[in-house]
Design a protein around this ligand. Structure first.
Ligand SMILES: [Zn+2]
Length: 167
């Protein structure tokens, strides 16, 4: 194990400050704006700020690349149990998913960890726009997902703008 200074003391101080002026304790469980957002986990992308979301508004499901196949479990829960009726997908420029192949990462895991990751599809992509189109298509085809409006965006990490992806 390498020793890296932990963020925990900073997190705890930040939370104490947040809780001191907290006034959102009355919010109901189902998202008020009935929307589920699937977004990349990239540290530069804050879906709440990009889309103007407040606490209680939306489900925000995040993973590497904002891949919808990887969000299916959460989307079914979101729709069937918590009433969301619209889906928004947010991928972004300069995404790490554009920088590696599934085979490369599998061999890295094999050499670094001496473990086999063959059962995991890491879902990288070579074409950003196509990745959004593919992720919309996956949801439209899935019998587990309701027929609801699905909109895809590419967020530009340089300008802050989210551009709608048209098929
Ligand atoms: Zn990304």
């Amino acid at each position: 194990m390498s020793f890296v200074r932990s963020v925990i003391p900073e997190f705890e101080a930040a939370n104490a400050k947040y809780a001191a002026s907290f006034d959102k304790g009355h919010l109901p469980l189902p998202p008020g704006r009935k929307v589920a957002v699937v977004a990349c986990m990239d540290a530069r992308l804050d879906p709440a700020k990009v889309l103007g979301l407040q606490e209680g508004d939306a489900h925000v499901i995040r993973n590497a690349g904002g891949r919808t196949i990887d969000a299916l479990r959460s989307l079914v829960i979101s729709q069937q149990l918590l009433g969301t009726r619209e889906i928004v997908i947010v991928h972004h420029t300069d995404c790490g998913m554009l920088t590696f192949s599934d085979t490369e990462l599998k061999s890295k895991v094999r050499s670094e960890l001496k473990e086999d990751a063959d059962h995991i599809a890491f879902l990288p992509f070579k074409d950003l726009r196509q990745s959004v189109i593919d992720d919309i298509a996956i949801l439209k085809k899935s019998p587990l997902v309701l027929d609801v409006p699905i909109t895809g965006y590419i967020y530009d990490v340089k300008t802050g703008k989210a551009e709608k992806v048209k098929e």
